[in-house]
Design a protein around this ligand. Structure first.
Ligand SMILES: NC(=O)C1=CN([C@@H]2O[C@H](COP(=O)(O)OP(=O)(O)OC[C@H]3O[C@@H](n4cnc5c(N)ncnc54)[C@H](OP(=O)(O)O)[C@@H]3O)[C@@H](O)[C@H]2O)[C@H](O)CC1
Length: 261
C-alpha cells in the first residue's frame, strides 16, 4: 500500500487530534520541537555542514514558521544568544548564504500570496541556491501543488506527518518525511501507511515506492475527497469507536486502499 497524500482539511484535523487526549496529548511546543528536529536532521543528511555552512531561514506567520506565535519570542532570544544573525532583506540574506530553508507557509496556505510575503516568495523564485521546503513549498496550493508551474521548485522537501496532496508536484531529488509523532493507531485510523523510521531517526527518506506523481484523474480526486470527508465526519462525530473492529478493518482495507493505491 502506498503512502497517503493528505488534503488540507485532513492535515489540519490530524494536527488538532495530535493535541487531543486521543491523539497522544502532545503540547504545541512538543510538536513544533519534534517537527523542527526532524527538519534539522533531514537537512544534515543531505547537505554537508562544511559545504553548506550558512543556512538562511525564511519564516512565516503560522506554525510552519512561528513568526507571529508567542513561542517566537523565545526563539528570537535563543538566536541572539547563539549569535545567529537576522537580515534586513531577503536579497541581503541570500547573497551571504549557501542554503535556504523555506518555512514561510505550511498546510494552511490559501489563495494568492499577500503582503508582506510577496517579496520573500519572489526572492525564493529568483535564487539559485538550493531550497529546502518545510511541509509544502511556500505559495504552492496545498492540494493542487505548483499550479501552472508558477511557483519555485525546491531541491528538497521535508513533509511533516504525511505528504500533502500538492507535494505530488515536487520533482526535486530529496523528499523526506519528518514528524515522528504518529502512533500506529492514528496511522491506521487515517490510512496513512507511513514507512518505518530507521533506528532513532526523526526522518525517513521517501523514494519511488512511496511517491506518487500527479497522475490522478479528476474523478479519482473526487473519490478521495469524498472518502476523506467520510473519515473526517466520523472523527468529528466521535463515532468511530462504535464501529466494530471488523467494520473498521473493512473500511481501512477497502476504502482507503482503493483510494490511494
Ligand atoms: N501535525 C503536523 O504535521 C505539524 C505541523 N506543524 C507545522 O505547522 C504547519 C501548519 O501551521 P498553520 O499555522 O496551520 O499554517 P501555516 O504555517 O500555513 O500558516 C498560516 C498563516 O499563513 C497565513 N496565510 C495563509 N495564506 C496566506 C496568503 N495567501 N498570503 C499571506 N498569508 C497567508 C495565514 O493568515 P490568515 O490571515 O489567512 O489566517 C496564517 O497566519 C504545518 O505545515 C507544519 O509545518 C507544526 O510544526 C506542528 C505539527
Amino acid at each position: 500500500m502506498s503512502l497517503k497524500y493528505l488534503s488540507q482539511k485532513a492535515a489540519q484535523a490530524i494536527d488538532v487530534e495530535l493535541m487531543s487526549p486521543t491523539g497522544g496529548g502532545f503540547s504545541f511546543e512538543q510538536l513544533v520541537e519534534l517537527a523542527g528536529l526532524s527538519v534539522a536532521q533531514a537537512v544534515t543528511k543531505v547537505y554537508n555542514k562544511d559545504q553548506y555552512p550558512r543556512i538562511m531561514v525564511f519564516s512565516g506567520p503560522g506554525n510552519n514558521g512561528l513568526d507571529d506565535k508567542p513561542v517566537n519570542k523565545g526563539l528570537v532570544a535563543q538566536c541572539e544568544e547563539l549569535e545567529i544573525p537576522f537580515v534586513d532583506s531577503p536579497e541581503h540574506g541570500l547573497q551571504d548564504s549557501d542554503l535556504v530553508l523555506d518555512a514561510i507557509f505550511g498546510f494552511s496556505f490559501t489563495g494568492d500570496v499577500r503582503q508582506p510575503f510577496v517579496s520573500a516568495i519572489e526572492a525564493l523564485k529568483g535564487t539559485r541556491l538550493p531550497i529546502v521546503s518545510v511541509d509544502i513549498p511556500s505559495a504552492w496550493d496545498v492540494e493542487q501543488g505548483n499550479v501552472n508551474g508558477t511557483g519555485f521548485q525546491p531541491s528538497m522537501l521535508v513533509s511533516l506527518t504525511a505528504p500533502k496532496q500538492g507535494a505530488r508536484d515536487f520533482t526535486g531529488p530529496h523528499h523526506y518525511l519528518g514528524g515522528r509523532f504518529i502512533s500506529k493507531k492514528m496511522d491506521l485510523k487515517w490510512g496513512l501507511n507511513l514507512p518505518p523510521f530507521p533506528g532513532t531517526d526523526q526522518c525517513v527518506k521517501l523514494d519511488d515506492q512511496h511517491i506518487r506523481p500527479h497522475t490522478k484523474t479528476h474523478q479519482k480526486y473526487e473519490e478521495q475527497a469524498k472518502q476523506e470527508s467520510d473519515i473526517l465526519r466520523r472523527v468529528h462525530q466521535k463515532d468511530e469507536a462504535k464501529l466494530s473492529d471488523k467494520m473498521e478493518d473493512h473500511f481501512m482495507r477497502n476504502v482507503v486502499h482503493d483510494s490511494f493505491s
